[in-house]
Design a protein around this ligand. Structure first.
Ligand SMILES: NC(=O)c1ccc[n+]([C@@H]2O[C@H](COP(=O)([O-])OP(=O)(O)OC[C@H]3O[C@@H](n4cnc5c(N)ncnc54)[C@H](OP(=O)(O)O)[C@@H]3O)[C@@H](O)[C@H]2O)c1
Length: 233
């Protein structure tokens, strides 16, 4: 049985991804920063709970130690935890350095904290795979193309954090050719992140996350994908 960990899996796209990976027969760790919400989600899913706040180095290290002691390896890591940030849509000039630090702390540095802590377990894994949950709003190509919906969403902190995440993914992919590292765009999905304004269901949004979490050793690495295939950065 393969072992999978999803960060921010107590709700939204992370929860649905965890549900699908449990269904596919993986031993799944539901990572959540809040123990009550995380335990409840894990119980509903028939998964294991691990406390994991991606902004807290000690919490991330403790989670890696729990998975190491339990399973000795990790086959699938889904870096899903993310925040919308300062929510200053169109008000680029109002975004502060502190806003950027807060958003990046979860959406970028959090992914690096988790990946760094779990790399030894991934290297011990069977055809290990990492999926970083990005966004079309992080695509320079999409956000500068007037024909795309992403063109109309001008947000300094969230969008640029997701752009950084694609490059972070690409650099890990080059450094660790034995691990499949890919970024994905789930598409605009109704979750708490956007006040449930998204046009897709979580089942639809999680599809590309689950697909890229399920690739084998011969699958792509260093790419950025949505449900239709490779995405232009
Ligand atoms: N929904 C969309 O349209 C959309 C589109 C593109 C990309 N995405 C990306 O998809 C991912 C999942 O978002 P979602 O839409 O499912 O939003 P969501 O329902 O708000 O879920 C976000 C999850 O991340 C967790 N989280 C936030 N900060 C955390 C931290 N410091 N440590 C650990 N967990 C943390 C949340 O935990 P709490 O419950 O404790 O807050 C929650 O479980 C995010 O990376 C988001 O940027 C979403």
């Amino acid at each position: 049985m393969t072992t999978a960990l999803i960060t921010g899996a107590n709700k939204g796209l992370g929860f649905e991804t965890a549900r699908r990976l449990v269904e596919a027969g993986h031993a799944v760790y539901v990572g959540a920063r809040d123990a009550h919400r995380g335990r409840e989600a894990a119980t509903r899913l028939g998964a294991r709970f691990v406390q994991l706040d991606v902004t807290d180095e000690d919490s991330v290290k403790a989670a890696a130690e729990i998975v190491r002691a339990d399973a000795g390896r990790l086959d699938v890591l889904v870096n899903n935890a993310g925040i919308a940030g300062a929510r200053k849509l169109g008000r680029v000039g109002e975004v502060t350095g502190a806003d950027m630090m807060t958003t990046y702390d979860t959406n970028v540095f959090g992914v690096v904290r988790v990946t760094h802590a779990f790399l030894p377990l991934l290297e011990a894994g069977d055809a290990p795979v990492v999926v970083n949950v990005g966004s079309g709003l992080g695509s320079v190509a999409a956000t500068t193309d007037p024909s795309r919906v992403e063109f109309r969403v001008t947000v300094l902190d969230y969008n640029s954090s997701k752009t950084a995440l694609v490059m972070v993914t690409s650099q890990y992919a080059k450094a660790y050719p034995a691990i499949r590292f890919n970024a994905v765009d789930p598409g605009y999905t109704a979750t708490d992140l956007n006040g449930h304004q998204g046009s897709q269901t979580v089942e639809e949004g999680a599809e590309i996350i689950v697909r890229m979490a399920s690739i084998g050793a011969d699958g792509p690495t260093g790419g950025f994908f949505d449900k239709a295939g490779p995405v232009a950065w």
